[in-house]
Structure formats: C-alpha cells, structure tokens
Design a protein around this ligand. Structure first.
Ligand code: AP5
Length: 220
C-alpha cells in the first residue's frame, strides 16, 4: 500500500506516520526530515533548501520532486510506503502521479488530517525534537520523562527554527494558498479519506487503523 498523509503543519502527520510504520513496517518518507538531514549534512540540496525552510516557505518543486523520486526509486519501489509532507503543490502531485504510474506503483490512499488553527499553533510551539535520533515530543501533550532529554537515546532536545510563532504563521499561509487545494485533487480521484487531527494521538491512530481496515482489510 502506498499512502500520502496530508494536512496543515502540526496536524500530526509525522507522529501518525511513525506509529503506523513501526507497527506495519511501512517505509516513512518525510520530505521535511529528508530536507533537514540534507541541511545538517550541508549537501547541495540542503544549501539550496535552507533559506526557504527557515522562512517557512516551500522549497522549489524541482528540488523536492527530484529528491523524492530518487528516494522512491532507491528505497521504496518494492515496499509499502507513507509520503509525509509530500506532495504539497499541484505540480508535485501531478508529477509524482505521472512517475508512479510509469513504475506501476500508484498512490492507493490519501489521508487528510483536518486540524484546527488553535491546536496547530499550540502543538508547533510546544514541539521538541531529539538532536540525535529525531524522536518527537511535546512539552505538554507528550513530554519526555526528563525535561530536555530524549527518552529513547538520552540526547538533548531542541526546538525547530521554523516552530517560532512568526514562521508558523507563514507556514500556515503557505499551506492555505498552495497545499490545501490537494484535498480536492485527491477527492476527485476517489482516494481521499478524512479524519480529525485534533484528537488525542492514540485516538487518531485508532481512526486511521479503521480507515486502513475498511480499505484493505489490513490488520493494524
Ligand atoms: P515539514 O517538516 O514537513 O513540516 P510540516 O508539514 O509543516 O509538518 P510538521 O512536521 O510541522 O507537522 P506534522 O503534521 O508532521 O506534526 P507532528 O506529528 O510533528 O516541512 C518543513 C519545511 O520543509 C517546510 O516548511 C518546507 O520549507 C520544506 N518542505 C517539506 N516538504 C516540502 C515539499 N513537499 N515541498 C516543498 N517544501 C517542502 O506533530 C506536531 C507536534 O504535535 C509534536 O510535538 C507532536 O508530539 C504533537 N502531536 C502530534 N499529534 C498529536 C495529537 N494527536 N495530540 C497531541 N499532540 C500531538
């Protein structure tokens, strides 16, 4: 099965993708994570992407599409996968559809996590990540056992640069003007399922499992 997780920043796409991929052994491909890894390693992609990411703007379509097609061809051709944060523009969606059709591995399901503005802002301003293993926390909703320290590997937690309030506002504007239109794009294709991203992560996971069970009789 090949899925896309769609929703505003902070909808919980990454959280659900990690939970589901751990349970079902899906490959989790997050454009945000891959781009941040490139920035950290100072690659050519990372150098080109950094200024866009710091402002909360989208990295250009050509960079992101080439990066993801390369990743899919190398790692995901024969696997079930979740695309998290990709596609984010109509151009990206059309291009990935075209390429996946050629490989005979089209997207089967798109899950849209509808999430309210108040919740998104609360989640993003409180998000903390592990510098080493990337584990995701929230200072109120999902705090680590020891403040500022990762439960999984003991490394330091940090706040993403684009999780500051002014940048969050721009990310939401960008989502509304460029990404939201994908809801209709996938609805028209008949592969869109919607669920609330506002609920507790465990409940969102149960709903997501229900969608997968109904669609494919997959036991989650
Ligand atoms: P990216 O990293 O993809 O950021 P995003 O889409 O803005 O998504 P987030 O990671 O902020 O949110 P999420 O929905 O995954 O929520 P999460 O699970 O972490 O992209 C960053 C940048 O990269 C972009 O701005 C752009 O520059 C560039 N980029 C990426 N993809 C691109 C593309 N395709 N094209 C061009 N540019 C691209 O949860 C958030 C917090 O809430 C966490 O603290 C979590 O613990 C908590 N939480 C999650 N779920 C729940 C819940 N149900 N209840 C309570 N708390 C919860």
């Amino acid at each position: 099965m090949r899925m896309v997780f769609l929703g505003p920043p902070g909808a919980g796409k990454g959280t659900q993708a990690v939970m589901l991929s751990e349970k079902l052994n899906f490959l989790h491909l997050s454009t945000g994570d891959i781009l941040r890894e490139n920035v950290k390693n100072n690659t050519e992609i990372g150098r080109k992407a950094k200024s866009f990411m710091d402002k909360g703007d989208l990295v250009t379509d050509d960079i992101v599409v080439a990066m993801m097609l390369d990743k899919i061809a190398k790692d995901a051709k024969d696997k079930d996968f979740i695309l998290d944060g990709f596609p984010r523009t109509i151009y990206q969606a059309r291009k990935i559809d075209e390429e996946l059709d050629k490989l005979k591995i089209p997207i089967d399901l798109v899950v849209y996590f509808e999430t309210s503005l108040k919740i998104v802002i609360f989640r993003l301003t409180g998000r903390r990540l592990c510098k080493d293993c990337g584990a995701n926390y929230h200072i109120v909703n999902m705090p680590p056992k020891k403040e500022g320290v990762c439960d999984k590997c003991g490394s330091e937690l940090y706040q993403r640069k684009d999780d500051k309030e002014e940048t969050i506002k721009n990310r939401l504007d960008v989502y509304n003007s460029q990404t939201k239109t994908l809801i209709d794009y996938y609805r028209e294709k008949g592969i869109l399922e919607e669920t609330s991203g506002d609920l507790d992560a465990g409940i969102v996971y149960e709903k997501l499992s229900g969608i997968l069970n109904d669609r494919n009789k997959i036991r989650t």
